[in-house]
Design a protein around this ligand. Structure first.
Ligand code: DX5
Ligand code: ZN
Length: 216
């Protein structure tokens, strides 16, 4: 199982000061930032695009964990690669040939992830698990920060954990949505190792201690 990582979501930062949000993550001693890209079509919200990522790239060495909530993620692989993403995660439910998109992400030199919504059967991820560096279980319906964690997803996390062990695979298991110390611990017990936290991270009185509560 990969070492535990906390990836704060910039969606919960001040959108007028993303550079400040990046500094806040660095000051907490963390190495990753989660970047939520929404197209107003795959999800009912719009966030920001590759231009914002390109503008942040020279300001930080943080690992850019980019979550594409797009109907046609295949059309944007090159743009996000050029913008400086290290990792692109695409949804299995989106309108694309998943295997082709994952291959394009890797051909661009990036790490590839596959994401599923809370109500998706985790077996839909099985054909791709040998080709990804990360599997993302959404623990809320994507689109907005600040929603309540859905405990039913723990079953999918356990399923993917068992499958990872069975294959001897090394992909990360990421959870995203409503993650705080309590729900993060439940996910960790189920096998998750990569924790996206937006609201709970940026609102934490001691962000370093909050992150350590998920990784220690
Ligand atoms: C939801 C996004 C999440 C979200 C997490 O669509 O994918 O990354 O920002 O935010 P919190 O931690 O506030 O649920
Ligand atoms: Zn996300």
């Amino acid at each position: 199982m990969p070492s535990a990582v906390v990836a704060p979501s910039l969606l919960a930062a001040d959108h007028g000061d993303f550079a400040g949000g990046i500094r806040t993550i660095e000051e907490a001693g963390l190495g990753w930032v989660h970047l939520d890209i929404m197209d107003g079509h795959f999800v009912p919200n719009i966030s920001f695009g590759p231009q914002v990522i390109a503008a942040l790239r020279p300001r930080t060495k943080l690992h850019f964990d980019v979550h594409l909530m797009l109907t046609h993620p295949d059309r944007f692989v090159a743009a996000f690669a050029q913008a400086g993403a290290e990792r692109l995660t695409v949804h299995v439910e989106a309108d694309h040939d998943v295997a082709t998109t994952l291959a394009a992400i890797k051909a661009a030199g990036l790490q590839a992830g596959i994401a599923m919504n809370p109500d998706t059967d985790p077996r839909r991820l099985l054909p791709y698990l040998d080709d990804v560096d990360l599997a993302l279980c959404m623990t809320v319906f994507p689109g907005f920060g600040g929603q309540a964690f859905m405990p039913a997803v723990l079953e999918s996390i356990r399923f993917l954990t068992a499958e990872r062990t069975r294959r001897g695979a090394g992909f990360r298991l990421e959870v995203d949505g409503g993650i705080n110390t309590e729900t993060g611990c439940l996910c960790r017990q189920a096998g998750a190792d990569t924790f996206v936290a937006g609201t709970a991270f940026f609102k934490a009185p001691d962000r370093r201690a909050f992150a350590q509560s998920l990784t220690a």
